[in-house]
Design a protein around this ligand. Structure first.
Ligand SMILES: C[S@@+](CC[C@H](N)C(=O)[O-])C[C@H]1O[C@@H](n2cnc3c(N)ncnc32)[C@H](O)[C@@H]1O
Length: 276
């Protein structure tokens, strides 16, 4: 069990910015967690007041998003036989963390978590203390710079075997000028065919008016700005990969569990497989 990153192993106190809301902490607040600050709660309450159904509707969307993550993990470890996961933009760990869902299905699944937020790191450190040695690792890293992430991940994941990369709820923090497609290309380049990428992304074309008002408000309060994208733009991020059925769809529609309700979602989801 290892945690790695700037503050890891150092005696420097972690610097937490409470002047602006941060994505990991706002998301934690929406999930009912306690690793958030007044600035995060205020930003969320103010921004999501513009949402149809208000903040309770957003909370339910966020829980659906986590449920989609669970289905995608189970698809990888059970159906696709991939037992190595690289989860970038992990968020503050709570119930049903990626390794818990994966290892419940397939014990021994290896997971590398990556996030750049120091609050995520502090919580991941705690979680890792209870995890079996060697199977999971937290890397403090920034997706804007994929090479160190890949180097650190290679200490836990065997790159000679397929790896599934999870980019859940992170790419909308990248403007077009950040070249998200190029960053994905760098991440996937060293992975063998059969490796996969799964992503979710806030939609610009599902409830355009409500979403743009909400995110205008949120962006003015947050350290990270959100860029909404259309289904076509999200599909382009998966370009060059073989799209798993049912393609790029609302997150709730991505292989829903039989017999469960499929509510509307404001988030696109897609899974692609590297073929060569
Ligand atoms: C909305 S949360 C998503 C959490 C989790 N993946 C999920 O879907 O439930 C987004 C996470 O991405 C992280 N993040 C944002 N930009 C990042 C970057 N450039 N590099 C690494 N992590 C980043 C934030 O710190 C936050 O924890």
């Amino acid at each position: 069990m290892t945690s790695n990153g700037t503050p890891a192993g150092s005696t420097e106190p972690v610097q937490i910015d409470t002047t602006k809301a941060h994505a990991a902490r706002v998301y934690d607040y929406l999930l009912g967690g306690r690793a958030n600050y007044e600035v995060d709660r205020e930003a969320a309450e103010r921004a999501y007041a513009a949402w149809p159904g208000g903040i309770d509707a957003v909370r339910s969307d966020v829980r659906e998003h986590r449920a989609t993550l669970g289905r995608v993990i189970r698809y990888f470890v059970r159906d696709a036989g991939i037992t190595q996961l690289l989860d970038i933009g992990t968020g503050i760990p709570g119930q049903d963390s990626v390794h818990e869902v994966a290892q419940r299905e397939t014990p021994g699944t290896r997971v590398v978590y990556v996030d750049r937020d120091p609050v995520v790191q502090a919580h991941a450190d705690q979680l890792l203390r209870q995890a079996p040695e060697g199977a999971i690792r937290f890397v403090c890293g920034d997706l804007r710079d994929p090479q160190p992430i890949l180097r650190e991940a290679a200490a836990t994941l065997d790159f000679a075997r397929p790896v599934a990369v999870l980019l859940f709820g992170i790419l909308h923090f990248f403007a077009d000028a950040d070249d998200p497609r190029g960053l994905i290309g760098q991440l996937m380049a060293p992975l063998v065919p059969g490796s996969c990428l799964a992503l979710t992304h806030l939609a610009s074309d599902l409830h355009p008016d409500e979403l743009s008002e909400t995110f205008d408000r949120l962006n003015s309060a947050m350290a990270e700005s959100v860029t909404l994208r259309s289904r076509g733009e999200v599909a382009a991020l998966l370009g060059g990969l073989d799209l798993a059925e049912p393609g790029v769809v609302q997150a709730t529609q991505w292989r829903p569990d039989p017999g469960t309700a499929v509510p509307e979602s404001q988030v696109w989801c897609g899974v692609g497989r590297k073929i060569s």
